[in-house]
Design a protein around this ligand. Structure first.
Ligand SMILES: Cc1cc2nc3c(=O)[nH]c(=O)nc-3n(C[C@H](O)[C@H](O)[C@H](O)COP(=O)(O)OP(=O)(O)OC[C@H]3O[C@@H](n4cnc5c(N)ncnc54)[C@H](O)[C@@H]3O)c2cc1C
Length: 538
């Protein structure tokens, strides 16, 4: 049976970091197991290809939640990356660390070493910020690019509208004081997506001590007494089973849905759930799969009096021109994302911290179905989108295995809008968009609101509309939370799984509370922290 020093389960945002850090010395043998396959695909490398990976089963787990009471019993579609790089290969590339106070909250939840002062240098260690002039700051492997000069001219109108309302503007959405609206930096390098696989896994694979097995679907962790000693996985259409051993540690980095699933399948989880599915209980812990948090957001589409990106990406001639520009120069609309402007802001002065995150996209789109395969297509009229989501929802949901079959998708129950605090933020956020919509700068732009006219709608109809149309912003986390065991923790502050030895979890599932913005940056930081803990424990 094969044996390694370390086994990393999942080559996603955090898993790729672990592969890199754990193998750097050249002395430890590291095995990476990933259920998905290659990321060498045009629509992954091309930043605009985000829309093409959205429903593509070749690179995407394509989960669906259980019906959600707060959404009028609707289900919600949850894409997750099933490919090298994980969700960082299919995400919208917005790079935001969140608010410094998010990490002070992590620390206050019983996690020494995770305050902003502790994690800020960790972020800085792996980032390379490339300015719009091409000059780089920092030497990290992750390219975080400022592409503002290439963003659509409508960005000026958006910022003017913000100024009209005296909303602060921000020139650094990742600094010590990131509050305000500005241009989103994105994880691209020379006009191509810079996923975690690009930044961290590829350099690791150049070392002889790292082995990657893709299309390897992990079923469970193998234990001897209470110590994790190996991993069982299957490959190929006949799902042939293999067991690999670890003499050092095993790290679960399978993401916020699959890490708790694998723990439950391995006998660590809520005892009644494990019993129901005939799984021997290794360590009973109600918190495994609980604590699920996510950002729930909504888009408001406006038809525009002036041309938007719809005119470029919605016509053959526009696409041809943009395609050539991308292929020849790695520039233009195909080399950047659609969520171009935004940031974290307060809906009013009484808010202690920014409470909503805004997105401005100079394009509008809807899902169309071509032979039953959904595609995201620009609308036929000139349009743009202003969207938002509350920053720190209080509602918490669950991930629970459906059966003891590792191929059965777990039940995802996000419990959106289960807490009245969240609805209050929703109404505040929508009213802020209404005020933005009414500024002279926006009035000069807007032909008509396409979904609901926030300016004239009652609070009741704003709420109904939100319940009917809102959806995930793709930031599930918190399902293997890092906190003291007695406070509902699954891992301790060095990411060790309670009740067993030799096993850690390192991905977005360990967030003790959701960060105020996008979750890729914090997941990458978690990967770095985990590697540091592991290496310093030997
Ligand atoms: C459509 C979309 C858009 C997003 N946009 C943004 C954005 O613009 N900015 C941002 O910051 N964040 C964004 N996010 C969120 C961000 O990408 C994630 O929070 C982050 O990538 C999570 O990292 P992770 O390491 O926790 O998990 P992942 O990156 O999802 O990695 C988990 C990996 O484990 C593998 N795996 C799972 N189960 C198994 C198994 N049983 N066996 C083997 N391997 C397994 C998966 O295939 C995957 O590769 C977006 C996400 C999505 C899906």
């Amino acid at each position: 049976m094969d044996s390694f020093d370390y086994i990393v389960v999942g080559a996603g945002s955090a898993g790729c970091v672990l592969a890199d850090r754990l193998s750097e010395s050249g002395t430890k043998r590291v095995l990476v197991l990933e259920a998905g396959g290659t990321d060498r695909r045009f629509w992954i490398k091309a930043p605009i290809g985000y829309g093409m990976s959205f429903y593509n089963a070749a690179v995407n787990w394509k989960y669906t939640t259980e019906p959600v009471l707060g959404l009028g019993h609707r289900t919600s579609y949850w894409p997750r990356g099933k490919v090298l790089g994980g969700s960082s290969s299919i995400n919208a590339m917005v790079y935001c660390r969140g608010l410094p106070t998010d990490y002070d909250d992590w620390h206050a939840a019983g996690n020494p070493g995770w305050a902003w002062k502790d994690v800020k240098p960790v972020f800085e260690s792996f980032e390379r910020k490339v300015g719009s002039d091409g000059v780089a700051q920092g030497h990290g492997a992750l390219f975080v690019s400022n592409r503002e000069p290439e963003y659509h001219p409508l960005k000026h109108d958006f910022l003017h509208a913000a100024r009209d309302l005296q909303i602060p503007l921000s020139s650094d959405l990742n600094g010590d004081a990131p509050e305000g609206l500005g241009a989103y930096p994105i994880t691209t390098r020379n006009g191509l997506r810079c996923s975690s696989a690009d930044a961290f896994l590829r350099p690791a694979l150049a070392r002889r001590n790292v082995e990657l097995r893709s299309h390897a679907h992990v079923h469970r962790i193998i234990f001897k007494d209470q110590r994790a000693i190996g991993v069982q996985y299957s490959t190929g259409p006949d799902r042939a089973l293999t067991t690999v051993l670890a003499s050092g540690e095993i790290v679960l980095a399978a993401g916020a849905i699959n890490s708790p699933q694998i723990l439950q399948l391995s006998g660590i989880g809520p005892p009644a759930l494990l019993r129901e599915h005939g799984i021997n209980i290794l360590f009973a812990n109600e918190a495994v799969g609980a604590g699920l948090q996510d950002h729930l957001g909504i888009n408001y589409t406006f038809s525009s009096k002036v041309p938007t990106l719809n005119g470029v990406l919605g016509s053959w001639s526009g696409r041809l021109k943009a395609g050539l520009q991308f292929l020849l120069q790695r520039r233009g609309p195909l080399s950047i994302g659609v969520n171009q402007m935004g940031g974290m802001v307060r809906t009013d002065a009484t808010q202690v911290r920014p409470n909503v995150q805004l997105y401005f996209s100079p394009i509008s789109y809807s899902a169309t179905f071509v032979n039953q395969r959904p595609l995201l297509r620009p609308d036929s009229f000139p349009g743009f989108i202003i969207g938002f989501n509350p920053c720190r929802p209080h509602s918490q949901g669950h991930i629970r295995i459906r059966s003891n079959n590792p191929f059965d998708a777990p039940k995802i129950d996000p419990n959106y809008l289960n807490d009245s605090h969240d609805l209050a933020d929703v109404l505040e956020g929508a009213q802020l968009i209404a005020r933005l919509q009414q500024t002279p700068s926006m009035q000069a732009l807007i032909d008509a609101p396409k979904d609901i006219d926030l300016a004239s709608a009652s609070l009741q109809s704003i709420e109904e509309d939100f319940r009917q149309r809102s959806g995930t912003v793709y930031h599930p986390c918190g399902t293997c939370a890092m906190r003291p065991l007695a406070a509902g923790g699954v891992v301790d502050s060095e990411l060790r799984v309670y009740g067993v030895e030799g096993l850690r979890v390192a991905d977005a599932s360990i967030f003790p509370n959701i960060t105020s913005a996008n979750t890729n940056a914090p997941a990458l930081m978690v990967g770095h922290q985990a590697a540091r803990f592991i290496l310093s424990s030997v």
